[in-house]
Design a protein around this ligand. Sequence first.
Ligand SMILES: Cc1ncc(COP(=O)(O)O)c(C=O)c1O
Length: 508
Amino acid sequence: MAAMYGVYHGPEGLKTIAQRVHGLAATFAAGLKKLGTITVSFDETTAIEDVDTLFKVFSLGKPVTFTAASLAPEVQNVIPSGLVRETPYMTHPIFNSFHTEHELLRYISKLQSKDLSLCHSMIPLGSCAMKLNATTEMMPVTWPAFADMHPFAPTEQAEGYQEMFKNLGDMLCTVTGFDSFSLQPNAGAAGEYAGLMVIPHGTNPASAAMCGMKIITVGTDAKGNINIEEVRKAAEANKDKLSALMVTYPSTHGVYEEGIDEICKIIHDNNGGQVYMDGANMNAQVGLTSPGWIGADVCHLNLHKTFCIPHGGGGPGVGPIGVKKHLAPYLPSHPVVGTGGLPAPEKAEPLGTISAAPWGSAIILPISYTYIAMMGSKGLTDASKIAILNANYMAKRLESHYPILFRGVNGIVAHEFIVDLRPLKTTAGIEPEDVAKRLIDYGFHGPTMSWPVPGTLMIEPTESESKAELDRFCDALISIREEIAEIEKGNANINNNVIKVFCSTSFE
Ligand SMILES: Cc1ncc(COP(=O)(O)O)c(C=O)c1O
């Protein structure tokens, strides 16, 4: 774990840093105007002596007749007076309380001790792929060559980054069967929006609604699979205005849909409708199949899931989108730094910007890059197989204690599965959040709750967990089931038991 240190800044300190950095940059610019022109960015670690040193460098050996200190009074605040913020900010006491390093350290450490992270236990969040974020993958993020690069730096000054973008884009194309990738979207949901914008003509209906599309929801059959006849009817009925199908594969109920290629064909056959595949569950596809091969036209990946970047409270995300050749010209662009798909497509009408920075959360891309490069094709395929094996092992161990809601052919699940808790509400007054909270008592993070099916838990172990950890988790869930049985038998009070405690607020 990284060493922790803290320095109090608070709202005033942050403002002072911003003013100081701006003052240095403006002073330097004023000096350079006298010497010639170039672009440089400063941060809070720059000192006024650095500016003098830079003047010497740019004077090309000629004597410098001024100093940074002598120029500073000439520097004007370039923020127009109408735009200067006058309202207070960061007013919550927490931003103003800890003024010494040890107070700040105690505060951060207190927060950290409340956390239940991958350092403590598996986090079996279905559809979230909370897998190992290996230290080797994380280390490059701290290297100044990655960490100190301005997002708008001219590309010729960031050739290493360019090489990584290109290689990572190529590797993602190989993994997914697409022709081009944009690394710009900052999350899966942003990728959904970008992907649908690329299509115009998610699994998340909100993304489709944001793009102005009319949404038709298609039902599922008794096994939880998409009802193909309903897809066919809806596609044919809306043939003239069919834009896209959004589909998650493997589905969020943890099953490889047998009819996925037929579904893609139905959409394509109806006036060239496009297939948007949600790649949130890519951890069950890598090396085994691919969205491009199945028939999708566009797909987002959550690099913070399948490709090892920490997520949730752990950091920013990356939701790159991959597309087939015919959509490559429409990938996100950027007004400051020329970009687009990878490899750079010939851009007819790119859709514009999806994130403020040209390559989104570029600093964390070395994590996914390192992961893919170190695993290689065999390692990646093995990871998918082990993720599927782990999910099936757990489903098998738990099936005699809890119903497993959906399974594919031969009773096999994909990389995650749903435990049905709905009957327990009637028999013992127990709901998913009660089981999830009880799991914390056993030292575990709860699984995904009530999604995609209300009243259930969705478990995704990933390939990263050992058999011992899988067993520890199954043992905890089995033990909790025995505790629930005590309520069912009447041995434990339905309103006051080890799982559920009702606190009375009346004082008599
Ligand atoms: C199936 C599915 N699609 C899309 C998303 C959105 O991804 P993100 O959280 O990166 O925005 C999620 C998030 O967990 C998901 O589970």
